[in-house]
Design a protein around this ligand. Structure first.
Ligand code: 2HG
Ligand code: ZN
Length: 466
């Protein structure tokens, strides 16, 4: 239940943003009580929707004065519960901070507010021949501010890198209300500690981003797409590292287990003709400016796939074919989760260890009695493991049994030199596993940094730290 906020606090909130943008009605607040993580519901006491950085600053100062926890929220597409108001208090929604402020075609830069939808921005820069590569599966709804909070990736990360690689400068409101810029609008910057990179991936716990300066690339003019089918999962995983040894860096290299494709196609009401016995698929894209060179790249890749026992290789000729397979790939996460109660792990290792990782996940699942549906960014060694409740008892599902199975998966990642999250972050649901990959000293360092930025611990409390 929402704790009654002091009338003075609410009155002053209304003075800052106007009464239309202070949401107290419980039905309206409920819309901000969940994100895209499992079935969590945490009710905020109030939701505010500021329209300027000055309003954000005044809200932060007010919460600091009244000791009210403040949770920043973008589109709510997060997968680790990072924007859930676990201590109640105030949700600060960035939905009105949704302007593309400038696209500088001379410097290949753009300045945006955090509430701009990823795909809206990507389309806007493409219209002038430029490319903003990070393309999370949720690109049609996720906000750029949330992409900063989680250092989001997506299929193009394998060639173009992740959100962090495109951020030059950030305007940030600190938990005590000060407004700062963290960097400079330059491609190179070696000026003291990088406050910019400290903010990226901090999941809204160190400050609220109110403006972002991105660097952009020239948009490639051509791309080719192949779908490789394997009967043997180990062969598919082993082929991944080999593709890069041909000298070609794909612009996407995705892995999809058959079951993931079946569920996504089914719920999308799309047809997908699985060849008999195929168990796992690789979706491989190359992009560039010379179609003849791209065709040569595809020949090199298909030779590598042949060496690793590919059973079928389909060349996606038409735009519709490409659109359909990407639609199926991008919907997998949502459709697998609609199909079953799940727990999602965002495992990541060096890509040559994918065979051990996938085999290990299946072996652990057989010992702990859970099925998993796996897919993800094979080129990055980033495997999304959706653990499906299936026949597992509620007691085992909610208790130490499953937690121990998940810990075994994370210990395998660590043994392979990997870690527990490649892109979805820690948030609420993964914080108890931080001790699988960090010693107390590292976690203590992070806590001290948090305390420097947020001495009262009011900004997005209850996240990241065990
Ligand atoms: C993907 O790669 C996204 O599809 C979302 O990271 C994953 O929702 C998911 O499980
Ligand atoms: Zn992903």
């Amino acid at each position: 239940m929402a704790k009654p906020l002091k009338a003075e606090f609410l009155d002053r909130l209304i003075l800052i943003v106007g009464k239309d943008f202070v949401i107290s009605d419980s039905d309206a607040r409920k819309l901000y009580a969940s994100d895209s993580t499992e079935d969590f519901v945490f009710m905020p006491d109030v939701v505010v929707k500021p329209d300027t950085v000055e309003e954000v600053s005044d809200i932060m100062k007010l919460c600091y004065e009244f000791d009210i926890p403040l949770t920043p929220r973008g589109a709510g597409t997060g997968l680790s519960g990072a924007c859930l108001p676990v201590s109640g208090g105030l949700i600060l929604s960035t939905e009105r901070l949704n302007r593309i402020l400038a696209i500088d075609e001379k410097n290949f830069q753009a300045t945006v507010e955090p509430g701009v939808i990823n795909e809206v921005f990507r389309n806007a820069v493409e219209a002038v021949g430029l490319l903003y590569p990070p393309d999370p599966a949720s690109k049609g709804s996720c906000f750029l501010g949330g992409n900063i909070a989680h250092n989001s990736g997506g299929p193009k990360a394998v060639k173009y890198g992740v959100t962090r690689d495109y951020v030059l400068n950030l305007e940030v409101v600190l938990p005590t209300g000060e407004i700062i810029w963290t960097g400079a609008d330059t491609l190179k910057n070696s000026t003291g500690y990088s406050l910019t990179h400290l903010m990226i991936g901090s999941e809204g716990t160190l400050g609220i981003v109110t403006k972002i300066v991105f660097r952009l690339l020239t948009k490639p003019t051509h791309d080719l797409l192949m779908l490789a089918s394997f009967a043997n999962a180990g062969n598919a995983c082993a082929a991944v590292a080999e593709i890069f040894r041909t000298g070609v860096t794909p612009s996407a290299l995705e892995l999809m287990e058959r079951k993931a494709v079946e569920l996504s196609a089914f719920y999308l009401n799309e047809t997908f003709d699985h060849k008999e016995g195929m168990e796992i698929y690789l979706l491989i894209e190359v992009d560039g400016f010379d179609p003849d060179l791209l065709m040569k790249d595809c020949e090199k890749i298909s030779e590598a796939l042949e060496r690793f026992g590919v059973d079928d290789l389909l060349f996606m000729e038409t735009f519709d074919q490409k659109e359909k397979i990407w639609k199926i790939r991008r919907a997998i996460g949502e459709k697998v989760k609609a199909h079953s109660i799940y727990k999602e792990e965002d495992t990541v290792v060096s890509r040559a260890y994918l065979p051990e990782l996938l085999a290990g996940v299946k072996e652990i699942g057989s010992r702990y009695g859970f099925e998993s549906i796996c897919y993800g960014h094979a080129g990055d060694g980033n495997l999304h493991v959706n653990i499906i409740k299936g026949e597992m008892s509620d007691e085992n599902w909610k208790g130490k049994h499953l937690e121990e199975g998940i810990r075994e998966i994370f210990r395998l990642c660590k043994k392979l030199g990997g870690t527990i999250s490649g892109e979805h972050g820690i948030g609420l649901v993964q914080k108890k596993y931080m001790n699988e990959v960090f010693e107390p000293m590292q976690i203590d360092l992070m806590r001290k940094i948090k305390a420097v930025f947020d001495p009262k611990g009011l900004l997005n409390p209850g996240k990241i730290f065990p």
